[in-house]
Design a protein around this ligand. Structure first.
Ligand SMILES: Nc1ncnc2c1ncn2[C@@H]1O[C@H](COP(=O)(O)OP(=O)(O)OP(=O)(O)O)[C@@H](O)[C@H]1O
Length: 359
């Protein structure tokens, strides 16, 4: 142990053989790679005191191991430096039950340690990380480390074994696997030191949730913006139409071309079928008799939008001023009732032909 201590202080691990033949003693010690040099020395000092209790002359044992959360020390009477698994390997579960959803917690913890193990093999035998998952800010932190001489497939085997064994702890807030060649731990408490943000291997529930929430928020915002845009446009259009219609009504009411809807209704006997003169492309034409006895032809138009009425009234204004022998005179219109009507002078069949062919 006296040879091991300065080596640990210098390089954070030590593999030493002391003695010859059957009296040889093999000793190995290593600190967790996240530990500061000072903490490593302190941890090892504690470890050494503890392992001395295992010495053969005291307990008649051939070897001893001590696992601390920050360091590891083992001695034996054979070369175990490359050993990844042994019959003395242990799984140590925490005492406190996990209070929340065990199934989700267990799945996240296993996914974390599995990812950490994969990363540790690729990253010089060491990796730490954590994952936070939905509902109540629950995090699970983990650490995977293979000892200095256990690398490549030996490290992979050791950590794979540790992952399968640590699964028995997932009802608890904490679990550790203490193997001959590696160490694996998870905990709801952050126990490791590392600078910078946590690497988050795997896909923790919260990350997924954050992505889903962000995407949904953007989508919702987009939908709300579109709805607001169309509603506002519709309202503005309606307001404009109301304004236009108001101005139009005033103009129509003042005009001598204005006929009230009721007058034309009565004049045509409420658009009775027997009064129908014919059917045109833009509406049906009815014969009517005005209160003064004047015969008229009333065209009942299909279209009735405000914009169209506006345009239509301007046309009526224009055409009504024209007097031509080949043109049936337009007497006026009604645009304020439930439908738009045009009023022409009535031309008997014969005269209509005369009008058309100029006879
Ligand atoms: N002033 C009128 N006096 C008597 N009958 C009319 C008069 N105007 C139309 N009619 C009758 O109604 C029918 C349809 O006339 P209308 O003017 O609607 O036809 P149109 O040429 O298809 O017109 P538009 O395509 O502009 O609606 C005519 O064929 C005619 O018999």
């Amino acid at each position: 142990m006296d040879i091991v201590t300065p080596l640990i202080a210098r390089q954070r691990y030590a593999a030493v053989v002391n003695g010859t033949g059957t009296a040889s003693v093999y000793a190995f010690g290593e600190c967790m790679k996240d530990l500061s040099p000072n903490d490593c020395n302190l941890c090892f000092a504690q470890c050494k005191t503890q392992v001395l209790k295992c010495l053969p002359f005291q307990l008649a044992t051939r070897g001893g191991r001590v696992f601390y959360d920050g360091c590891y020390l083992r001695y034996d009477d054979y070369d175990f430096f490359n050993e990844s698994l042994s019959s003395q390997d242990r799984t140590v579960c925490g005492s406190k039950d996990f209070g929340g959803n065990n199934t989700v917690f267990g799945a996240n913890a296993i996914e974390l340690v599995r990812n950490l193990s994969v990363q540790a093999v690729k990253n010089d035998g060491f990796f730490v990380g954590s994952v936070t998952f939905s509902k109540g800010n629950v995090s699970v932190h983990g650490l995977a480390q293979c000892w200095e001489f256990v690398n490549g497939s030996a490290c992979e085997n050791c950590l794979e074994n540790a992952v399968s064994r640590i699964a028995s702890c997932t009802q608890k807030e904490e679990g550790r696997v203490l193997n001959a060649g590696c160490y694996l731990r998870y905990s709801t408490q952050r126990f490791y030191n590392n600078s910078g943000p946590d690497p988050v291997p795997g896909n923790g529930g919260d990350n997924k949730l954050a992505v889903i929430l962000a995407t949904s928020a953007v989508a919702l915002l987009l939908v709300f913006s579109l709805v607001a845009f169309f509603v506002r446009r519709k309202l503005l259009q309606k307001r404009r139409e109301r304004k236009q219609l108001g101005a139009l009504q005033v103009a129509v009411n003042k005009s001598k071309l204005n006929f009230s809807y009721e007058t034309l209704e009565k004049a045509t006997n409420y658009f009775h079928e027997s009064n129908k003169l014919g059917q045109g492309g833009s509406g049906s034409v009815y014969k009517g008799t005005l209160p003064g006895g004047e015969a008229v032809a009333v065209k009942r138009l299909f279209y009735n939008t405000t914009q169209w009425v506006d345009h239509f009234f301007n046309e009526v204004n224009l055409i009504s001023g024209i007097n031509h022998k080949n043109l049936v005179k337009l007497l006026g219109c009604s645009i304020t009732g439930p439908e738009s009507l045009l009023v022409y002078e009535f031309v008997p069949n014969q005269s209509l032909l005369d009008n058309l062919f100029g006879c």
